[in-house]
Design a protein around this ligand. Structure first.
Ligand code: ARG
Length: 290
């Protein structure tokens, strides 16, 4: 039996930083062209049918979720014959009034680059086109003090160097080695960008990265939330956080529980039609970073 001594101080509870939300500006592209007509990542199987009406209603659900959390969302209309244009994260890297455009690795998505560039220009942004393969916020994740830049499958190392001349922030290159995690935003999620009171906070799946990049991540984020391969395969890391509310696919139940323990408010959404194309929450969302 444990006897509680009233004179002994209560065991110290490790204070978790208090989380707070900051209003964001997003862009999303309506999935009226969404399909899986080709396979450019291991999740895509053109023989598996896509239910476009269902995709559309799931996408509307994500849009409504952001708006109910108080975020501003601009809607981009897709160009005809661009089934992957719904993945707005890939359209550019946007920080302030400057956008570093995209240059897609595969010909299948090439036309999207110009479509996003002209949309961003119409919004008054200064757009610098990429002259090397670059897939926007699929591979560039923006924090207050640093931009994490993925390479290995889509975005080239040369694009990291080029983007760093356009976006006024240090860039840290991270090498992806597992084809299931072909973009940085499926291997790593930014929980807190560190621009508020709380320190920068990320979650990632170490197995997606080269040994050297794992060491870089350990050095930069010693307190990061490490997730298992299964958690990552449920696309849980393809999340969008405002510093408090973390929007993530509803399949990622284990991760949602761990985020709750860490002081976040998980906001699960149904987005499984897009998993057939290897995408989820973050892929469908371009953020205009402050
Ligand atoms: N089917 C698309 C592709 O392979 C999915 C893109 C997902 N986007 C992302 N930001 N991870 O290019």
């Amino acid at each position: 039996m444990t006897v509680l001594d009233p004179h002994r101080p209560a065991p110290a509870v490790r204070a978790s930083p208090s989380r707070s939300a900051r209003t964001r500006t997003y862009a999303m592209c309506r999935p009226t062209e969404f399909a899986v007509d080709y396979a450019i990542n291991p999740w895509m199987d053109p023989s598996r049918p896509v239910d476009r009406a269902r995709a559309l209603s799931q996408w509307e659900g994500l849009l409504a979720t952001y708006r109910s959390l108080g975020h501003a969302v601009a809607v981009v209309e897709p160009i005809v014959g661009a089934p992957d244009m719904v993945f707005a994260a890939n359209g550019a890297l946007v920080v302030g009034d400057v956008a570093y455009g995209s240059s897609f690795r595969f010909a299948e998505r090439e036309a999207e680059a110009a479509a996003y560039a002209s949309w961003l220009r119409s919004q008054g942004l200064h757009l610098v086109p990429a002259t090397h393969p670059a897939e926007g916020e699929g591979d560039f994740l923006v924090l207050g003090h640093v931009v994490l830049a993925g390479t290995g499958f889509r975005t080239s190392l040369a694009a990291h160097v080029e983007a760093a001349t356009v976006i006024d922030r240090p860039f840290v290159t991270l090498e992806l080695v597992d084809p299931a995690f072909y973009h940085l935003d499926v291997a790593l999620g930014v929980l807190d960008d560190g621009r508020g009171e709380a320190p920068a906070d990320i979650a990632y799946y170490p197995g997606a990265f080269s040994l050297h990049s794992r060491r870089t991540l350990r050095e930069l984020f010693p307190d990061a939330l490490l997730v298992t391969r299964d958690e990552a395969r449920s696309f849980g890391l393809n999340l969008v956080s405002d510093g408090l509310n973390v929007v993530l696919p509803q399949e990622a139940t284990t991760l949602a529980g761990r985020l709750h323990q860490r002081g976040y408010q998980p906001v699960p959404v149904e987005l499984d039609e897009f998993l057939k194309s290897g995408g989820s929450v973050k892929c469908c969302t371009m953020e205009r970073h402050a």
